[in-house]
Write a protein that binds this ligand. Structure first.
Ligand code: NAD
Ligand code: DAU
Length: 339
């Protein structure tokens, strides 16, 4: 089987490739990635010489770059995206180009090459926000209500993927998953930013009142869910993926991280809130469990601890990442008074 992975040099894409090569060594993987600030081939160093793995640098929004890599492909697993909400608030245009136009270019190429499955990775953020004070969860029937430029572009891409199925018969599946954490996550996202800041002796910036809730999913649980959807998912269907049921507000997570690193709460500071900040996400993944036999296996407390250990043991990975463009971004986002 020949699998084209887009965005395979990013956080979830690289975890997916490492898992797939280990568990399906007979398959051929092409990693197609533009290597934006978020793409890092170091994540894949351990498999770079594997004869069944090939990296191709290219932009999903450029049909002349996508066309040649789609030839002979059986399955597309589409991770490539601009993925950080704060950056989408600072500068939405690259999100529209990559997440919407890029997805459409890939869909056209997939159709032309008769791929057997186009699997699109999406997010629970397309459903908008939940109240803090009720117990509703997102499910397969929840209406789309995206509220940030990032989630609006992901919603647009989901609609396009479904449209290519209904209009042209492209065999698609979609997963909408919650917040991932784990190794190789770019330290602009809350958990790796918090861990690496404390290791560097800096504070954790907690937006607003800190009482925002995410449904945390360990990245390997997400990768296993994608595997199940590729193996057993029904063409045309959407599957929701979420973590175990511990719903900690951000401030609690910040406190857990400082404790795990042997520091006190003076390492936490409240900063100006994110614009349009969604209050709560919570995913009902029971249908995915019923249909595919998947459920998350990694609880938050144990795997946050292991994630903290990973960042402690891999300082050289994130120290390189936290330089150059990152420093400019951090200054704009947290220090220039723009927040
Ligand atoms: P990431 O930002 O870590 O990685 C994105 C990758 O895509 C990078 O390697 C980057 O170089 C590549 N890329 C960006 N623009 C490209 C382009 N135009 N052409 C080719 N490659 C390009 O993202 P991630 O956190 O690994 O997220 C992967 C996917 O999962 C995204 O589609 C995201 O929307 C979705 N998702 C992420 C989460 C999460 O918690 N991280 C949760 C739900 C859904
Ligand atoms: O829900 C899935 C989504 O999760 C994915 O689709 C996105 O690609 C991914 O980036 C993530 O989006 P969030 O905005 O939820 O993740 P982030 O790590 O940016 O923020 C998590 C929470 O922490 C959120 O409530 C905002 C808050 N936060 C974030 C940062 C970066 C802070 O309080 N301080 C910070 O410095």
């Amino acid at each position: 089987m020949k699998i084209l992975v887009t965005g395979g040099a990013g956080f979830i894409g690289s975890n997916f490739i490492l898992y797939w090569i280990k568990n399906h060594p007979e398959d051929e993987i092409i990693n197609f990635d533009a290597l934006t600030y978020a793409g890092n081939l170091e994540n894949l160093k351990s498999i770079e010489d594997n004869p069944n793995y090939k990296f191709v640098k290219g932009n999903i929004a450029q049909s002349n770059e996508v066309g040649p890599v789609m030839s002979g492909v059986d399955i597309v697993v589409h991770f490539a995206a601009e993925s950080h909400v704060d950056r989408s608030i600072l500068e939405p245009s690259s999100f529209i180009l990559t997440n919407i136009v890029g997805t459409q270019v890939l869909l056209d190429a997939a159709l032309k090459n008769n791929v057997k499955r186009f699997h699109h990775i999406s997010t629970d953020e397309v459903f908008g926000e939940l109240d803090l004070n009720d117990t509703n969860k997102f499910n397969e029937r929840t209406n789309y209500n995206p509220r940030s430029p990032y989630s609006a572009t992901k919603a647009g891409s989901d609609h396009l993927v479904r449209a290519y199925h209904f209009t042209y018969g492209l065999p698609i599946t979609i997963t909408n998953c919650s917040n991932n954490y784990g190794p190789y996550q770019f330290p602009e996202k809350f958990i790796p930013l918090a861990i690496t800041n404390v290791i560097e002796g800096k504070k954790i910036p907690v937006y607003g009142d800190g009482l925002y809730i995410r449904d945390w999913l360990y990245v390997e649980d997400h990768v296993r869910a994608i595997e199940k959807v590729l193996e057993r998912g029904k063409v045309g269907k959407t599957y929701l993926i979420g973590g175990m049921t511990e719903l900690y507000p951000n401030i609690e997570i910040a406190k857990k991280i400082v404790r795990l690193l042997g520091k006190d709460e003076s390492f936490i500071e409240f900063v100006k809130d994110r614009l349009g900040h969604d209050r709560r996400y919570d995913v009902d993944w029971s249908k995915t469990k019923e249909e595919l036999g998947w459920e998350p296996q990694h609880n938050f407390d144990d795997w946050l601890k292991k994630t903290v250990e990973w960042y402690k043991e891999n300082e050289s990975w994130w120290k390189k990442v936290k330089s150059g463009e990152y420093k400019k971004y951090y200054k704009t986002q947290y220090e220039d008074g723009s927040r």
